[in-house]
Design a protein around this ligand. Structure first.
Ligand SMILES: Cc1cc2nc3c(=O)[nH]c(=O)nc-3n(C[C@H](O)[C@H](O)[C@H](O)COP(=O)(O)O)c2cc1C
Length: 149
């Protein structure tokens, strides 16, 4: 039933948030978080991307509404970060990162700034970057446009 919901696009939602990493979150801790996250996400139909930049996280999650809610509860319960700010939590027609149970890359400050300038809820397009532009930026980072690290 979960799989059917995923394939139908029924009740699919996307959620984007930013947060501040706890001081002392090392590569090893980050790898452990990602390993744990990918296992849980794969079992619960969650896909998305995690970006790290100089002490900040930005994460794009997508999946069935109830599973995204549970995933976000796990994320907000984590002591590895704080100051979590939700930027969007809305229905979406299709998955944008269906190949990633949680892709990860790093970004430069200017790339993170560009992601924070995105009006994630705005699909209509004006002089501001829209949610679609945000997806484009995330894809660019995942395609190797992020900074090494
Ligand atoms: C930046 C960040 C992203 C996370 N992403 C996910 C995720 O996509 N899916 C998930 O199930 N848990 C996610 N988690 C939760 C971790 O997998 C793990 O359960 C949690 O970090 C453990 O708690 P602790 O950090 O207090 O040790 C995330 C945690 C952090 C800090």
């Amino acid at each position: 039933m979960l799989r059917q919901a995923i394939e139908d696009g029924c009740c699919l939602v996307c959620l984007v948030y930013v947060s501040t990493a706890r001081a002392g979150v090392s590569h090893a801790i980050l790898n452990a978080i990602l390993e744990d996250a990918r296992l849980w996400n794969a079992e619960h139909g969650i896909t998305g991307i995690l970006i790290y930049c100089d002490g900040s996280f930005l994460q794009y999650l997508e999946g069935p509404r109830e599973q995204v809610k549970q995933c976000y509860e796990r994320i907000t319960a984590s002591t590895s970060h704080a100051d979590i700010v939700e930027l969007i939590n809305e229905p979406t027609g299709t998955r944008k990162f269906s190949h990633w149970h949680m892709g990860f890359t790093t970004a430069s400050r200017s790339q993170l700034r560009a992601l924070l300038e995105v009006r994630w809820r705005n699909d209509t397009g004006d002089q501001h970057k829209t949610g679609a532009d945000g997806i484009g930026l995330l894809r660019h980072l995942m395609d190797g446009g992020g900074v090494a690290g």
